[in-house]
Design a protein around this ligand. Structure first.
Ligand SMILES: [Fe+2]
Length: 169
């Protein structure tokens, strides 16, 4: 099964569970063992969506411009919180505050994506396209294992929308 909407939701579930695991962790080493792969995958997931999912949603969705604009802004807030956490000692109050911000931004964003962008795409994309993008999603993760080659830099939503406007598929 390589439907891209399923693969995205699999990641969403994994993110929620990793944040929950942090609640039960104690000590810097255990916290870091959960946070390091979580932080890395949050970045890879946003980059994969921006590279594979949102460009196609923009060409097919009914309300894709605003869904994409929202998503890019949310991704930037998540990236900023993750970057902030990396500046603080794991387990310190400032680290916990940055992680809590990443969690809250992420939880809000996943809900919006699941209620808006993903349904819009399912209604307007063929099964063939969903599977084709799913295969590209898996390849993207294989090429960026451990976040390799993912910049983590913010993306300007207006530039992004212009770059992927109709005709630029
Ligand atoms: Fe997203």
């Amino acid at each position: 099964m390589t439907d891209i909407t399923e693969l995205i939701m699999d990641d969403h579930e994994w993110f929620r569970r990793q944040f929950a695991r942090l609640d039960d962790a104690s000590g810097a080493a255990e916290l870091a063992s959960i946070w390091t792969p979580l932080a890395s995958r949050l970045g890879t997931h946003a980059a994969a969506e921006e590279s594979i999912f949102y460009p196609r949603l923009l060409h097919r969705g009914a309300d894709a411009d605003s869904e994409t604009d929202d998503a890019i802004r949310d991704h930037n807030k998540i990236r900023d919180a993750v970057a902030d956490a990396q500046h603080h000692e794991v387990g310190s109050p400032k680290w916990f505050a940055a992680v809590a911000r990443a969690r809250a931004e992420n939880t809000g964003h996943l809900g919006e994506e699941e209620d808006e962008g993903l349904p819009d795409f399912r209604k307007h994309a063929s099964w063939e396209l969903r599977e084709q993008l799913g295969r590209r999603w898996i390849e993207f993760y294989a090429q960026h294992q451990g976040g390799r080659g993912v910049s983590g830099a913010d993306v300007d939503p207006e530039d992004y929308l212009a770059e992927h406007a109709e005709g630029n598929e």
